[in-house]
Design a protein around this ligand. Structure first.
Ligand code: ATP
Ligand code: MG
Length: 772
């Protein structure tokens, strides 16, 4: 009887296989499209991650072995790794900041020294230093770590949504990201180092989670404690929060950023661990800054590490001011949405035409952008007239003019008098941190002319749009803050002259402008609000920032999606948003599957058939069916391609008999080391082409019962697609089986069945008492 069932199973498997396109050559290109494969912009197909717990025999055996001690150990390890992630990300951020500040410091000192003699020579030196730094960055990215280009946030968002983007969390990507951002930010391009720090934190976390990098012999067995992709995912979430916490010295902002922007699944235990990681980062950064204060870190110490303290600025706001503030929100929404749209067009064009021509074009492109940036930032301030210095204020620490060779506030550039400053150079020919500090400054009014602010706004906005998407690590936070604070200050100038009687600061408007642009482009609200408050140390402006962010997000949403979502879509990262599409309400699970013929395996399957079925398609999950004694078909589970490949490669589980193990007088001893099957094996580990089998092997059989996931998620065929979507998205699944209506019910679970006490004795007692 059983052999009959086996035959039936085999036939059906073969039949289905023969219906697939190009069954002999494997499925790729057109065929892959036919099967619903999602292709990325670089031509590779997108695969998902297996976050689901595979409750197979191996898993159950392992769970049974676990005592309280083991549970305590694994929880302690999770916290310990969160600690390591915090320390690692904090140190990486300090290293990047020290390097960037020093490179920028040397660059400006040298240039200022040379321009005392010749402006042309000064410009050449300035441009060449920028070019060298940027060239080093683009060289690292194109030749060593292509996945480190850009901010990396869309890819990390994809990873946490369940999409496996190749190369995004590798060791080389981490190194490329760190050194690449030092080059690109130090080289004065219109981009920031904050986005890349999120990616850096995620890479550090992921590498720790997988026990180091085996490729570079930097791994340790002691570090390999995490058994599931879920644990690694949680650690990567901690890494993202650590990145923001380190970039802005905003620990709470980091937690909220992870929650609001990057993660798709969240739970309270994770919140505590993420919070802990951010707190560790804050301590590490603070300690490093304290150590650097005494001048041990070169130019780093006075500048660097964003805290644009504007305390002491505007104390309160009046009702009349709400209108101009709302206008800032609207402008932020419009300019932010425009920024997203322009960068989308340019990135699309770049990918389809420019970057297809190879690495050399990418390098040349970045070099041209660098030269243009140098020409504009050095050249434009030459046309500005210098202004007398504002009254020095001992509290604010404003010095004007700065001693020669120094850079920072109130740049004395191309001025005949030492007691003057060039307002455009103060924001353009300066490090980004200093420029923002100047724009936020609340001490004096009118230190920037409307003409300079407008020139800077137009030029910097254009540069930021063009620079975005080049082959260097690039964050959009700081350029966004620069753009926003410029138009904010510009509007602030008019408000100050309009409401003369009120105590209005231009710096407040600059801050609100920055918030509005970020809100209009990135569409975050809570996390941005907290980050803005944390970086400016000014809690009084919280309600205003909230107002502006809400308006700018609403205006931006009317035009397009947020920057990261747009970029993810462009890169072919199929994110599952938190809400299903409206039309899914009228579709059923069966309709979503279309007319596809399911490729499945019988419980005991011939090796030759496994191999040919795996070669014939790219699916990663296959239902496994069996038959009852009465001849009924049963779906007994789901087997992963990666597990099948491990079985095929090791060969130890092959058997001569086409019968299930347990039908041959007791279960056979398990030959394979089952721990390999507790967690999904990386699909990139082995490919079907790596499997080499002899003709004898091909004639043997495998009993899949031991390795499959016996409890995959199953939905009835007429369930609405909205429900399926929510189930899939909320549980972070990779496969759902669609089945006909169930014929029998064997029980009903309600809330009461799920309220099980922790303490087993108390459960037993309770049961006894109820039975009495
Ligand atoms: P992912 O791509 O998300 O990692 P996967 O690789 O298992 O999962 P794909 O093969 O890429 O899934 O899915 C492409 C299409 O093939 C989908 O429409 C899906 O419904 C279908 N499909 C997936 N697995 C099977 C299968 N075993 N039999 C038939 N169709 C399948
Ligand atoms: Mg796939």
């Amino acid at each position: 009887m059983l052999s009959n069932h086996f035959q039936n199973g085999m036939e059906s498997a073969k039949l289905l296989w023969s219906r697939l396109p190009n069954s002999d050559e494997g499925v790729d290109g057109e065929g892959a499209e036919e099967l619903g494969q999602y292709k990325k912009s670089d031509g590779t197909t997108v695969e998902s991650l297996d976050y689901e717990v595979i409750e197979n025999d191996a898993y159950r055996q392992e769970q049974a072995k676990r005592g309280k001690l083991y549970t305590g150990y694994s929880v302690a390890m999770k916290w310990f790794f969160a600690l390591l992630t915090g320390i690692g990300t904090g140190l990486a951020a300090v290293f990047i900041n020290i390097s960037v500040e020093n490179f920028a410091g040397w660059k400006y000192s040298l240039t200022f020294n040379i321009i005392q003699k010749s402006y042309l020579a000064g410009f050449l030196v300035y441009m060449l230093i920028n070019l060298a730094l940027v060239l080093s960055s683009v060289y690292i990215i194109t030749n060593f770590a292509p996945a480190a280009a850009g901010s990396g946030i869309p890819e990390i968002k994809g990873y946490l949504n369940g999409i496996d983007t190749h190369g995004i969390l590798l060791f080389r990507t981490l190194i490329g990201k760190i050194f690449g951002s030092i080059g690109s930010v130090g080289g004065g391009l219109a981009l920031g180092k904050e986005g890349p720090l999120v990616h850096t934190g995620a890479c550090i976390a992921s590498l720790l989670g997988q026990g180091g990098s085996t490729k570079y012999h930097l791994s340790s067995r002691w570090l390999q404690v995490f058994r599931s992709e879920r644990d690694r995912r949680d650690l990567v979430t901690c890494g993202c929060a650590a990145g923001v916490a380190a970039a802005f010295r905003a620990p709470v902002g980091g937690v909220l950023f992870a929650l609001e922007e990057v993660t798709s699944w969240w739970r309270s235990q994770l919140m505590w661990r993420v919070f802990f990681t951010s707190a560790i980062v804050a301590v590490v950064v603070r300690t490093a800054m304290g150590w650097c204060k005494s001048g041990k870190c070169g130019h780093f110490g006075s500048g660097g590490f964003i805290i644009w303290d504007i305390s002491g600025g505007q104390e309160d706001y009046s009702f009349q001011e709400l209108l101009p503030m709302a206008v800032i929100g609207v402008i932020g929404g419009l300019l932010g949405a425009l920024f997203n749209q322009l960068t989308l067009y340019i990135t699309h064009w770049r990918r389809n035409y420019l970057h297809k021509k190879g690495n050399r074009v990418k390098i040349i492109e970045v070099c041209i952008v660098s030269v243009i940036t140098s020409v504009i930032s050095f050249g434009l301030p030459l046309f500005r007239q210098c202004t007398p210095c504002p009254e020095a204020d001992s509290n604010s620490g404003i010095e004007c003019p700065r001693p020669p060779g120094m850079y920072g506030n109130y740049v004395n550039f191309y001025c005949s008098n030492k007691k003057e400053y060039n307002d455009l150079a103060t924001i353009f020919f300066n490090t980004q941190d200093d420029a923002i500090r100047n724009l936020f400054s609340a001490k004096t009014v009118h230190e920037f002319s409307a003409q300079s602010l407008l020139t800077f706004l137009v030029m910097f906005y254009s540069l930021a749009v063009v620079t975005f998407g080049t082959a260097v690590p690039a964050g959009q936070f700081v350029p966004g803050i620069m753009i926003g604070s410029t138009y904010g200050r510009l509007l602030g100038k008019f408000v100050v002259s309009f409401y003369r009687k009120l105590n209005i600061e231009e710096g407040t408007y600059a801050l609100l402008g920055a918030a509005s642009f970020l809100g209009g482009s990135m569409r975050m609200t809570v996390s941005l609000c907290v980050i803005m408050v944390e970086i400016t140390n000014n809690l009084k402006l919280l309600p205003l920032i909230m107002l502006v962010l809400l308006i700018s997000k609403a205006v931006g949403d009317a035009f397009n999606e947020g920057l990261y979502e747009e970029q993810a879509r462009l890169k072919g990262i199929p994110l599952l948003e938190s809400r299903p599409k409206y039309q899914m309400r009228n579709m059923t699970a069966k309709e979503a599957c279309g007319n596809q013929k399911v490729v499945y395996f019988p419980r005991v399957v011939k090796v030759a058939d496994v191999l040919s079925i795996l070669r014939s398609n790219n699916h990663n999950g296959f239902p496994v069916i069996d038959h009852t004694r009465s001849g009924e078909t049963l779906v007994i589970g789901l087997i992963l391609r990666s597990h099948l490949l491990v079985i095929l490669q090791s060969k130890v589980d092959f058997q001569h008999s086409p019968l299930p193990c347990d039908s041959r007088g007791g279960a056979l001893p398990i030959r394979h080391n089952l721990t390999e099957f507790v967690k999904p094996v990386s699909s990139k580990g082995i490919s079907v082409h790596d499997v080499h089998l002899t003709p004898d092997d091909l004639e043997m059989y495998i009993d899949l019962a031991l390795f499959l996931n016996p409890s995959p998620y199953v939905v009835p065929e007429d369930m609405s697609l909205t429900k399926v979507y929510n189930l899939f998205r909320q549980l972070g699944l990779r496969h759902i089986l669609v089945v006909p209506r169930a014929s029998r019910v064997i029980g009903m679970i309600t809330r009461k069945d799920l309220l099980i006490e922790d303490n087993e004795d108390s459960v037993a007692l309770e049961l006894q008492s109820t039975s009495v």
